[in-house]
Design a protein around this ligand. Sequence first.
Ligand code: RB5
Length: 149
Amino acid sequence: MIALGSDHAGLPLKREIIALLERMGLEYKDYGTYTEDSCDYAVFAQRAAKAVASGECERGILCCGTGIGISIAANKVPGIRCAACSDCYSAKMTRKHNDANMLAMGARVVGGELGQMIAEIFLTTDFEGGRHQRRVDQIAAIERGETLG
Ligand code: RB5
């Protein structure tokens, strides 16, 4: 199950992502927003991020105007590693090296076709583990308030 969330600015790109997920045969749950009315991205970031953090959804994809505000908000939910990406290389590497569990994109930054390519790469690339697991564990330690090194 893929968690989706957006604000009004990200809604057109979220619709492109929904079309991609349907083509890929992947189930999704859309945590809003559902209309073009102006709204606050943090509300939808939190809803979708909680679904990922709880394990209800395996991954999440968020869209706002830039992809930045909604990613910052999602990353405040413990257990979330949300990467704001606007290129395919970053989407691939954030899965391989960071085990990112959420992707954020900006509808005012990437077009629908590029957004779909980025999302497909994010959804089909595995975490490499190894030395990268140690680094992901360090991120979790920061979240727990521990001091590294
Ligand atoms: C909304 O105008 C815009 O600020 C929002 O979608 C996002 O880009 C914030 O980071």
